[in-house]
Design a protein around this ligand. Structure first.
Ligand code: ZN
Length: 278
């Protein structure tokens, strides 16, 4: 991959993680990210830096994968010649409509359109992007990587994504940049850039608790694993804020933790998140 493109992808990732950490009000992490973002922005040539900052003023998503010949930022079907130009990567190529920078992802995981167990609910709320088959009331793993594996496998086994190994790898890569564990025993591991369908959420719980953060200081009991298409980034942040808000309350966490059956956990999750997730 073009090294400048690679640099921009990493820089964008840090800015998106900063937005997550602001939601969680994790000041130390935000500060750490600010420093890394400044460093990486400073390493860009003046031309690329001004393009990046100009695009970023319009939207936090500046650089987007081409998925099936489509700009995943705006959904435009790109001319074949342009898709080839992006693949050959001689320089920065922009989407003719949204002007975001395009890149060809290496071996992407795809969100499958027609998941066999997908429930098509009439009601709004969390049921739009999850399913009882993605609820694991008792995670069997006791380590971070084991439970992430259980959640990525659940998505794959239920036909939501086409590649569990790669999804797992990407989720771990995200954890190495900065832990997704936050206060109140919550963690929100995720993978961005899963194109081809909607945002999807799987959930697992552990009553013993899993050492999930960098320092293994706090134990995580509720794990929400989310795959995020590029165009759903703003919605993801809204969802994250809603879930965090609801789960800050101990009574809501206790209601979830009391469930032992996937169907019941599913119903309780819908119920407790209803005020915050529309
Ligand atoms: Zn576009």
């Amino acid at each position: 991959m073009n090294p400048v493109v690679n640099h921009l992808i990493q820089l964008q990732e840090l800015t998106l993680i900063r937005a997550e950490q602001k939601i969680h009000k994790h000041e130390n992490r935000v500060e750490k990210l600010e420093g890394a973002i400044d460093d990486m922005t400073g390493q860009l040539t003046a031309d690329v830096r001004s393009i990046f900052l100009r695009l970023q003023r319009r939207s936090p998503i500046v650089i987007v994968p081409v998925s099936n010949g489509i700009c995943s930022g705006c959904g435009l079907k790109l001319p074949i010649s342009l898709v080839q130009e992006v693949r050959q990567a001689p320089g920065l190529t922009h989407c003719p409509t949204c002007t975001r920078i395009l890149y060809t992802p290496y071996e992407p995981v795809r969100r499958l359109h027609e998941a066999p167990n997908r429930i098509k609910p009439a009601k709004p709320g969390i049921s739009r992007f999850s399913s009882p088959s993605l609820m694991i009331p008792r995670l069997s793993g006791s380590k971070r990587n084991e439970v992430i594996r259980e959640l990525t496998d659940a998505m794959h086994a239920n036909g939501f994504v086409d590649n569990s190994d790669k999804l797992y790898e990407e989720a771990l890569r995200r954890e190495t940049i900065m832990s997704t564990a936050v206060d109140h025993g919550l963690a929100f591991p995720h993978v961005r850039g899963i194109e081809g369908g909607a945002l999807t959420l799987a959930m697992g719980m552990s009553s013993e608790g899993i050492p999930f953060d960098e320092d293994n200081k706090t134990l995580t009991h509720l794990v929400f694993f989310i795959v995020i298409p590029t165009a759903a980034n703003a919605f993801y942040l809204k969802l994250l804020a809603g879930l965090t808000d609801v789960l800050r309350k101990a009574e809501n966490r206790e209601k979830l933790m009391a469930e032992e059956e996937p169907e019941k956990l599913w119903k309780t999750l819908i119920k407790v998140t209803r005020p915050a997730v529309s």
